[in-house]
Design a protein around this ligand. Structure first.
Ligand SMILES: Cc1ncc(COP(=O)(O)O)c(C=O)c1O
Length: 386
């Protein structure tokens, strides 16, 4: 039996420090600071900003709110269009609808599952107000091309980095070093666009013990607006400049994240090793193993194979028989979701995204996965080909 994800193993490794941080919080008597600037939150924000190379990091209640508050800070609202991918978790498009704007989808690159820049270019209209690339499964989106396009049209880029803590890439203009081991030359996802949103949902590469999120930006005004919006639109206590939200990062989650943050790089390295092991064990089969483009650091939030839909059914059955966890992220594209019926999305509109929805299969990849478990998973995949 191999679970898709086992969070207990990570907790076991750090339980003494995490339990101490949680108990210290419980006995501190200081649980919520109205502005959101609890010392544990401020400590996490500073460490995260430094690590990501972002000017500001602002803790919020979850990744969905990180996107939502960013769109509000950018001034996106009714009548506006926001271009994003149809192959993502619902939150990416949901926030566009929540601010009263319309999501406009553009097709993906088949190898990375991320927004295709030329499809974004074709989707721009006079109403476009922002672009949201998603670093899906932990692989950086094509930020060089997307930023260049956005600059030509004077549009802000909001990175959905929910699945991409620690992912990085070389940006145009950086020294041309394609050796990803020399990660000093790479820039982190979250510091590539105008704003970025992270999620600390427990299953993420850096996960809290409940909900949590973060907005990053280099722009002082946008940072100030997000700080205000997360605390009911107030700059000064009980003086409210606009309708905001109750969306602070919980201090106990920040205290736990402060313990976990220094380990995130090693966990991502372990995910990368696990991915390399799967690639070696599965490479001869009639399937496509995940791609890491040159100059990119993939952090394998998911290890996602592609295989024909008939083969996928057989492999899923073999995995289930062997009691191995698996998942399909995502079986239904966003343009075909019932909630977006009014956008008149149709089958065949985004062929690459729809094909991905039919062909993807994610395997266990969490950092604490053992080699013998990886071998069992690979053997079960192989059994699906027998
Ligand atoms: C791509 C993507 N965007 C946004 C979110 C929203 O994050 P949260 O669940 O923290 O609200 C998620 C989380 O599942 C996600 O995977």
């Amino acid at each position: 039996m191999v679970p898709l994800l086992d969070l207990k193993r990570q907790h076991q490794a750090l339980h003494a420090e995490i339990e101490k941080a949680a108990l210290d919080f419980l006995s501190s008597g200081q649980y919520v600071i109205p502005s959101g600037a609890h010392p544990a939150v401020v400590a996490f924000e500073s460490a995260a900003a430094r690590l990501l190379g972002a000017g500001h990091a602002i803790g919020v209640a979850n990744g969905t709110d990180a996107l939502l508050l960013s769109l509000r800070a950018l001034g996106v609202g009714p009548g506006d269009e926001v271009i994003t991918t149809p192959f993502s978790f619902i939150a990416t498009a949901e926030v566009v609808s929540l601010v009263g704007a319309t999501p406009v989808f553009a097709d993906i690159q088949p190898d990375t599952f991320n927004l295709a820049p030329q499809a974004v270019a074709a989707a721009i209209t006079p109403r476009t107000r922002a672009i949201i690339p998603v670093h899906l499964f932990g692989h950086p989106a094509a930020m060089g091309e997307i930023n260049a396009l956005a600059r030509r049209h004077n549009l802000p880029v909001l990175e959905d980095a929910a699945q991409a803590w620690g992912a990085a890439m070389q940006m145009p203009g950086d020294s041309s070093n394609e050796n990803i081991a020399a990660s000093d030359s790479l820039k982190h996802c979250g510091a590539l666009g105008d704003m970025a949103a992270f999620s600390f949902f427990p299953t993420k590469n850096l996960g809290a013990y409940g909900e949590g999120g973060l907005v990053t930006t280099n722009n002082d005004d946008l940072a100030e607006r997000v700080r205000m919006l997360r605390a009911h639109g107030q700059r000064r206590r009980y003086v409210h400049d606009e309708i905001g939200y109750n969306s602070r990062l919980h201090a106990i989650q920040a205290a736990i994240l402060n313990v976990k943050l220094p380990h995130a790089h090693a966990w991502n390295e372990a995910r990368r090793r696990n991915a390399a092991r799967y690639n070696a064990l599965l490479g001869d089969l009639e399937l496509v193993t995940p791609v890491e483009r040159a100059g990119c650091r993939h952090v394998y939030h998911q290890y996602t194979l592609r295989l024909s839909s008939e083969r996928r059914e057989a492999v899923c059955a073999a995995l289930t028989r062997a009691e191995i966890g698996w998942a399909i992220y995502y079986p239904v594209c966003l343009h075909l979701q019932p909630v977006y019926a009014d956008l008149n999305g149709r089958e065949g509109q985004f062929p690459q995204a729809e094909r991905a929805a039919r062909e993807v299969l994610s395997l266990p990849i969490f950092p604490e996965l053992r080699d013998d478990e990886i071998e069992s998973v690979a053997a079960a995949v192989r059994a699906g080909f027998a």
